[in-house]
Structures are given as structure tokens and as C-alpha cells.
Design a protein around this ligand. Structure first.
Ligand SMILES: *Cc1c(COP(=O)(O)O)cnc(C)c1O
Length: 366
């Protein structure tokens, strides 16, 4: 059957290699996955308790409005419940956003190395993708992005911090950007890693929303809260935007177990604090180790780093796989020499650095 060109040419999302798959291939069981920016400490323990309890009720449909979770989020962020859109991961929120606000032929603007999902959801609906060259340090060029906005632009996707680069844009850049882009354009700020950021220059995107700007902020339970496998994310925007998005989304797009677990995870402040601390230490250790090997690391505000191996990275990736470590090759993003490595526990990172040294010493990929 013939499909439209935008579907024919759609390259599927390439996820990190699952642990089970490598186990099957290698016949070993001690595998470390540092490929999908998951929480290396496991799920929030409170979320696990809640999920177990909820599992006994899955004969029932979930609350399609996610009432309890929405209330908890509205309290957390000081916004009205009517401003919140839940999603099957924030991926879902991004897709619902595109389907709600963008028609085929409309323009969607994002940065060259912006999160790949912006490209995918835009192409799937037949939008015109406007990809704005990144700055030399791989970060979003907000001036150039603002300049790329035309009267056909409906949505701008920004990630702060961005994945896979880990880069952040500052409060000053954000304020300048807001001064240049009108409210006929929806500015999406993907805050998947916001909970990890500890930088006084990080913008308060929520202030723009409170001031009535046309902004959608997305967040996820997949990263610091540690429940990626349950798929919960959310968006916060104007009540009007949220109302449209809630009409477009599937009626039961977050499931019953996920809603309960997310609500519990949100209240697990100790787990979040500890995760943040482990991550800060891990980033520091990882960056220092890689730089000692004269590898170029892009400074990261997330829970991962992108590292330039100075040679084709695929053989290094494969050498690491043989040693039971899964990282993420970056060829699909236009960085054939780079790997993205998620921050693991101290133990994971020791294992990784040992394996990496062995691969490099062994001349694999040299
Ligand atoms: C991981 C990630 C997400 C979250 O995806 P989920 O669908 O919520 O699991 C969103 N945006 C960025 C930039 C990410 O890296």
C-alpha cells in the first residue's frame, strides 16, 4: 500500500539496546545499561509499593482524567489542574502537541541537535521541519531559532537541557528569545532533565507561562523519578491549550498502575534528592576520566554525557557491548565519532571506565 512520502521517509526511533537482548546475544547476565538516561538507582521505592498495590485493581480502566495525579502535579507546580495534560511518557505529550496545533505544511522549528522526537512527530503529521543550525558548542542558538520563525510557524521545540548534547540555554538567552517570538507560536520547553539542573543561570520557564505567554512545559517520570518503564509524562500550558490537547489525546493514555506509581514517586523527595546527588558525583567522575584519556566531552546539565572518541565510535560501542556495557552510539544524530553515556552508579561507572580503557588499549576501533 502506498503511503504519503512523509511516512515513507520516516526513520523509526532507535532506542537504546535492551539488557535482555544483549544477555541473549552474549549469554552473560551482568550487563550494565548506560544507554537511555534511566535512573541507575532503580525506581523510587515508594513508586514500587504503589504500583504493587495498584496491580490488584487492573481489571478496572484507569481514571481517564488522572485526577489524583493531576491534583498532585498542580500543587507541586502551583498551576491549575486545567493546565495539565498527562501523557504516556512525555513523548506522548510532544506528539499530542504536534497533532493538536500543527497541520500538514505548517512549520515546526527546532535546533539541529534537538531531541530527535521533535523531528519524528513533526514529520509524521506532514509538517515542514525547520532545523536551525546549532552553535559551535552544540547548544541551541536561540537567536537563530527566533529568526527562523515565520508566519507559518506553529510550534518551536526547545529542550533545556537538551538530549543528546546535554547543553543548557541560559535565563538571559531565554528572555531575549521571549522578546522576539510572538504568542501566535507555541513555545514548547522540554524539561525532561530539569530536576538535575543546579545552575543559577537556568531559566524559570514557568514564569513565562504564569505571565500568560504561549508556552508548553513538558516533564517526565522517566528520568529522575525512575519509572521509565511505566511511561508517564506531563505537559503544563494554558488551560485553553490543555483543553485542546486533552481532546486529542487517547482517553486512557496513562494507565492505572502508572498513575499510582507516578503520584507516589512525586512525593518521594528523598529518592529524588539522592538521585540528584549520585548524578552530580557521577557526571564529575565520568567527565574527569574521559578527559584524562584526552577525549572531548560536551559539558552536560543532564544525567548523561556525550563524548567524542576522536575516531569512528561504532567499533568502540561494539567493544563495550562485548564487555557487557551498553551505551548509545550517536551516528543517527550526525556524530559518528561520539557516544552518549548515561550516568550510572559509582560501581557502574567503574565498570564502564575499565571496559572503555580495555577497548582503547586493545586498539579496537583505532
Ligand atoms: C528522555 C527524554 C524525554 C522523556 O521521554 P518519556 O517519553 O517521558 O520517557 C523527553 N525529552 C527528552 C529531551 C528526553 O531526553
Amino acid at each position: 500500500m502506498k503511503v504519503r512520502d512523509n511516512i515513507e521517509n520516516l526513520a523509526p526511533y532507535v532506542p537504546g539496546k535492551p539488557v535482555e537482548e544483549l544477555e541473549r546475544e552474549l549469554g552473560i547476565s551482568e550487563i550494565i545499561k548506560l544507554a537511555s538516561n534511566e535512573n541507575p538507582l532503580g525506581p523510587s521505592p515508594k513508586a514500587v509499593v504503589a504500583a504493587r498495590e495498584a496491580a490488584g485493581r487492573v481489571n478496572l480502566y484507569p481514571d481517564g482524567s488522572g485526577h489524583e495525579l493531576v491534583l498532585a502535579l498542580s500543587e507541586r507546580h502551583g498551576v491549575a489542574p486545567e493546565q495539565i495534560v498527562l501523557g504516556n511518557g512525555s513523548n506522548d505529550v510532544l506528539e499530542v502537541c504536534a497533532r493538536t496545533f500543527v497541520a500538514p505544511g505548517d512549520e515546526v522549528v527546532f535546533s539541529q541537535y534537538g531531541f530527535v522526537v521533535y523531528r519524528l512527530v513533526s514529520q509524521a503529521i506532514g509538517a515542514t521541519k525547520v532545523e536551525v543550525p546549532a552553535r559551535e558548542d552544540l547548544s541551541h542558538d536561540l537567536d537563530a531559532i527566533a529568526a527562523a520563525v515565520t508566519d507559518r510557524t506553529r510550534v518551536v521545540f526547545l529542550a533545556n537541557p537538551n538530549n543528546p548534547t546535554g547543553t543548557m540555554f541560559s535565563a538571559r538567552e531565554w528572555e531575549n528569545f521571549l522578546g522576539k517570538v510572538g504568542d501566535d507560536v507555541l513555545i514548547v520547553v522540554d524539561e525532561a532533565y530539569a530536576e538535575y539542573v543546579n545552575d543559577p543561570d537556568y531559566p524559570d520557564h514557568w514564569q513565562a507561562l504564569a505571565a500568560g505567554r504561549n508556552v508548553l512545559i513538558t516533564r517526565t517520570f522517566s528520568k529522575i523519578f525512575g519509572i521509565a518503564g511505566l511511561r508517564v509524562g506531563y505537559g503544563v500550558t494554558s488551560p485553553e491549550n490543555a483543553n485542546y490537547m486533552n481532546r486529542v489525546r487517547q482517553p486512557f493514555n496513562t494507565n492505572l498502575v502508572a498513575q499510582a506509581a507516578a503520584r507516589a514517586a512525586l512525593g518521594d523527595t528523598e529518592f529524588v534528592r539522592h538521585s540528584r546527588e549520585v548524578n552530580a558525583r557521577g557526571i564529575h567522575y565520568l567527565r574527569a576520566h574521559l578527559e584524562k584519556r584526552s577525549l572531548k566531552v560536551t559539558p552536560s546539565w543532564g544525567n548523561f554525557v556525550m563524548v567524542d572518541m576522536g575516531r569512528p565510535a561504532m567499533p568502540v560501542y561494539e567493544g563495550l557491548l562485548r564487555r557487557g556495557v551498553i551505551v548509545r552510539p550517536m551516528g543517527g544524530y550526525g556524530f559518528p565519532n561520539s557516544l552518549r553515556i548515561s550516568v550510572g552508579t559509582t560501581e557502574d561507572l567503574h565498570h564502564l571506565t575499565k571496559a572503555l580503557d580495555a577497548v582503547i588499549l586493545n586498539g579496537e576501533g583505532a
